[in-house]
Design a binder for this molecule. Structure first.
Ligand SMILES: Cc1cc2nc3c(=O)[nH]c(=O)nc-3n(C[C@H](O)[C@H](O)[C@H](O)COP(=O)(O)OP(=O)(O)OC[C@H]3O[C@@H](n4cnc5c(N)ncnc54)[C@H](O)[C@@H]3O)c2cc1C
Length: 342
């Protein structure tokens, strides 16, 4: 890697997803010079169901960003239906593009230098090669999602990933639904997450034991049984990394999906991305910073990963899912068990 440095920054953040935006904004608000790189032309577009939990994020978002909110969650197994109720909304939905635009406006207002349509190509000690030239850094943050360049540069493998499939279906959907259909989705699930005038209909499962093409084949069949026709709909898929192996590596940091902080059990990754982005920023500003919230998030992420390993056998998985729905129905466990927030 050679060539003159275009310019140097206190911190370069790669990736303008929620993790990168949160990190860059927090640093710039403290007066640091931050470059945020995004390979896409526009910030925010992402294959996602847009579900945010009350415990994680909902309560921090402005009302006009919330599409719909649900105080009830409907969880189905092949033989049971649990309805979980709470005083506050358990989950709300957001449009990822609007969430990205809102966070981008905050980043710009804080003074972050944002370069879109710019791809990070190679990491060297103190410099970064990009499609727009070479830039210097004192701190580098990999917020570059499930195929993170920074993670690869750190030599970390990415073995535990899930596949998420999403499809936006027009219509007015009343309930937020989770379907633990082991026959079709193995240790994963299918969902209906209503938005304004549409719903995200999709499925998620860890890749070990559930092949992406099987999920893709099963989703339309399952949707048809629920009276939802996916013929002609745009079905999109993306990976979710939950192979967490650390987030702090000297003056290099990983956040969100790049760090593998999403839940392997549910695929929830927006809140982990934002919390880890903010924590990375606070740690860059003060190397002795400790975040009990981040520590709890990591413990929960690891718990979800362990639980997922227990679900591997198909009979034990079916039984465990039935037991879980029974426990929800009878109030023995709360919905919080599935959420990454605390
Ligand atoms: C189908 C599906 C449904 C989901 N539903 C939910 C949900 O309901 N709720 C939830 O909490 N989570 C959900 N997730 C997970 C969630 O979308 C991710 O965990 C979250 O977006 C992670 O945020 P991030 O900032 O770490 O990464 P991302 O949002 O993936 O952002 C990474 C950014 O980095 C950019 N980038 C990558 N490489 C480079 C490069 N070399 N140079 C420059 N830029 C680069 C990318 O273009 C991207 O914009 C879902 C995921 C899928 C696939």
């Amino acid at each position: 890697m050679g060539g003159q440095l275009q310019s140097s920054f206190h911190t370069i953040v790669i990736g303008a997803g929620p993790g990168g935006l949160a990190c860059a904004t927090a640093l710039a608000r403290s007066g640091k010079e931050v470059l945020l790189l995004e390979r896409q032309q526009e910030v925010g577009a992402k294959v996602c169901a847009g579900g945010v939990t009350w415990a994680g994020l909902c309560s921090r978002l402005p009302e006009d960003l919330i599409e719909k909110s649900f105080r009830q969650q409907h969880v189905f197994s092949p033989s049971q239906h649990a309805v979980v109720r709470a005083r506050d909304p358990i989950i709300s939905t957001v449009d990822r593009r609007k969430l990205g635009e809102w966070m981008l406006a905050q980043a710009r207002a804080a003074g972050v230098t944002v370069m879109t349509a710019t791809r990070a190509l190679g990491v060297a000690d103190g410099s970064l090669e990009t499609s727009a030239g070479r830039f210097g850094w004192r701190h580098l943050v990999g917020a570059d999602g499930n195929s993170s360049l920074v993670r690869r540069a750190l030599g970390l493998p990415c073995e535990r990933v899930g596949t998420g499939i999403n499809c936006m279906v027009p219509g007015d959907f009343a309930h937020m639904e989770w379907h633990l259909e082991n026959r079709l989705f193995r240790h994963g699930y299918a969902w209906i997450f209503p938005h304004r005038g549409a719903a995200s209909v999709g499925a998620y499962a860890a890749r070990q034991g559930a092949r992406p093409r099987d999920l893709l084949a099963c989703l339309p069949e399952w949707a048809k049984q629920r009276g939802i026709d996916l013929r002609g709909a745009k079905i999109q898929a993306a990976l979710i990394n939950f192979d967490y192996r650390g987030w702090r590596f000297g003056n290099m940091f990983l956040v969100g999906d790049a760090a593998g902080l999403a839940s392997g059990l549910t695929g929830e990754g927006i809140y982990p991305a934002i919390l880890s982005g903010e924590t990375a920023a606070a740690t860059i500003l003060d190397k002795d910073y400790r975040s009990p919230k981040m520590e709890r998030l990591i413990r929960k992420q690891q718990l979800h990963a362990r639980f997922l390993r227990l679900l591997r056998g198909s009979l034990s998985c079916r039984l465990a899912m039935e037991a879980f729905v029974f426990a929800l129905r009878t109030g023995m466990v709360g919905f919080r068990a599935l959420e990454m927030g605390d």
